[in-house]
Design a protein around this ligand. Structure first.
Ligand code: ADP
Ligand code: MG
Length: 487
């Protein structure tokens, strides 16, 4: 709910996410799709809209769309149709975009958010459809003061447009939804989800209404390219619409643009200027008919997806829902965790310990070094090695943090560092007892306080640790203190 000056408003959001299909070649041509190539080096005659050129569908792109549909638990339409969406734009040389309109390749599905509803169940957001379409080229306005250049490398690249129902109710939910979709696409390997490179962007539809009333008029903010900007668009648009309505105005159904420098949206075109795209089935392409058997084969190759993985981490590995959620959010993190734990019977390490080390220690160091988990100087196996040394009492958890620092700095293995620096934990009771006896003898005052004030135990532990460079086994130290002073 959003607060206006005349009371509460409900914010209604629907997202159209454009996700670039991971594929070497384009949707209807064999031209390459690699990011960052020299302008117009990856455009075939089909992509350049030459007359008489014929599109040939890329089977891999179709497979990726089906895989995505299955991952979104959506209906796969065995028959779908490619339509021409007609409009003029300098970077759209054919004068139309090949898209899907009335018969998309994927129908309704559902996404669960890591946000709970009033009943405690995960918020479920409806997917309306997913369709395949071509991307347009790019107009370059910043290369020359007088001229605009056209780069057709992106022209014809396959996009999946994933349309949601107007089920989202806040910027926070929309952010969680986009992150969830991105995570699923990355697990599936159907889109790299790199929003900075434009591989994923969203059209953000927003309206407001009084609780219980019908949907209000929406605006659509085009091509928003980060989760943060999507959330900011919603916040700004909702506040703007509420203010307009409360001042007695009405909302125009219009297309807007998000200005990230100013953090506001502004009008682009109104409903009256809206395109009539004159969709019609592309006469160069037959309806796309899928073999049910082929769809089943794709289904059999789907990886374990974040929701299922999370459930398994909680139920089989005993992780908390929070830790499990953090670990599965990115595919690389989940893989790192599973490798650090190790697989199978005896070699498997304590999952909770591994989760803790990744979430608190590794993440903190990665963040400080501004690195992604894929660039971690400490490999999953190397972290596993460190965990082994903690588990078998070779080093204490305290010393392990210093060892980890050095591993992160130098890329060396834990055993090597522990060996070289003599950091092995002291587990010799006699050695600790001798040290403790001396401390007790030198500090009769504190020893006398022990019975009256059990907090003094911490002081003694500290002294032993100081004397041993932190290497004394904390459990043994505590036991010995209780034995010698407690009686
Ligand atoms: P169009 O074809 O004009 O893009 P759609 O009906 O396909 O319109 O809707 C596009 C997006 O707008 C969908 O994500 C949908 O959920 C969302 N949407 C529809 N009505 C509303 C509304 N009243 N408020 C917010 N979003 C809406
Ligand atoms: Mg739309």
């Amino acid at each position: 709910m959003a607060q206006g000056k005349t009371g509460e408003w409900e914010v209604v959001i629907g997202l159209e996410i454009h996700a670039q299909v991971t594929s070497q070649a384009k949707l209807f041509s064999g031209a390459a799709t690699a990011f960052g190539a020299e302008p117009n080096t990856q455009a075939s005659f089909v992509d350049a809209g030459f007359p008489g050129m014929l599109p040939v569908i890329n089977r891999h792109c179709v497979e990726q769309a089906v895989r995505t549909g299955l991952g979104l638990k959506a209906r796969i339409n065995l028959v779908s149709v490619f339509d021409r969406k007609n409009y003029f734009y300098p970077d759209l040389p054919a004068g139309y975009q090949i898209s899907q309109y009335l018969q998309p390749i994927v129908g309704t599905g559902v996404i669960e958010l890591d946000i709970k509803d009033e009943t405690g169940a995960p918020r479920r957001i409806g997917i309306t459809r997913l369709h395949l379409e071509q991307d347009a080229g790019k107009s370059l306005h910043d290369q020359d003061p007088k001229r605009t250049f056209i780069d057709l490398n992106r022209s014809g690249v396959a996009l999946m447009e994933i349309v949601s129902e107007p089920d989202l109710r806040s910027a926070e939910e929309a952010g969680a939804y986009v992150r969830k979709i991105r995570s699923i696409l990355r697990y599936l390997g159907t889109c790299d989800g790199n929003m900075e490179e434009g591989s994923m962007r969203a059209d953000v539809n927003v309206s407001v209404r009084r609780p219980g009333e019908d949907y209000g008029t929406r605006t659509e903010t085009k091509n928003v390219n980060s989760v943060r900007f999507i959330m900011a668009t919603i916040e700004h648009e909702a506040a703007r619409q509420i203010a307009v309505i409360e001042d007695g105005g009405t909302i125009d159904q219009e297309t807007r643009l998000y200005d990230s420098a100013k953090g506001i949206t502004r009008p682009m075109r109104s409903k009256e200027e809206a395109h009539d795209y004159r969709y019609f089935p592309d006469p160069d392409l037959l309806p796309l008919v899928l073999d049910a058997q082929w769809v089943e084969e794709i289904k059999a190759t789907l990886p374990e997806l974040p929701d299922e993985k999370k459930m398994r981490f909680i139920e089989d590995l005993g992780l908390s829902p929070y830790d499990a959620g953090v670990l599965v959010a990115e595919r690389e993190t989940a893989e790192y965790f599973e490798e650090a734990v190790g697989t199978g019977g005896k070699t498997a390490r304590d999952p909770k310990l591994a989760a803790n080390w990744i979430i608190s220690e590794l993440f903190a160091r990665l963040k400080k070094a501004d690195k992604e988990i894929g660039q971690s100087p400490v490999s999953s196996g190397a972290l596993g090695g460190l965990i082994d040394l903690i588990a078998d009492n070779t080093i204490s958890g305290r010393i392990a943090k210093d060892v980890f620092d050095e591993m992160f700095e130098t890329g060396k293995k834990a055993v090597e560092i522990v060996e070289k620096k003599g950091l092995k934990q002291i587990t010799d009771t006699g050695e600790i007892a001798t040290i403790l006896d001396k401390i007790i003898a030198d500090n009769p005052g504190q020893a006398a306080q022990y019975k009256a004030n059990p907090k003094v135990v911490g002081w003694f532990v500290g002294q032993v640790m100081k004397a041993t460079g932190g290497k004394a086994n904390p459990k043994l130290v505590n036991e010995l203190i209780a034995k010698k002073l407690g009686g």
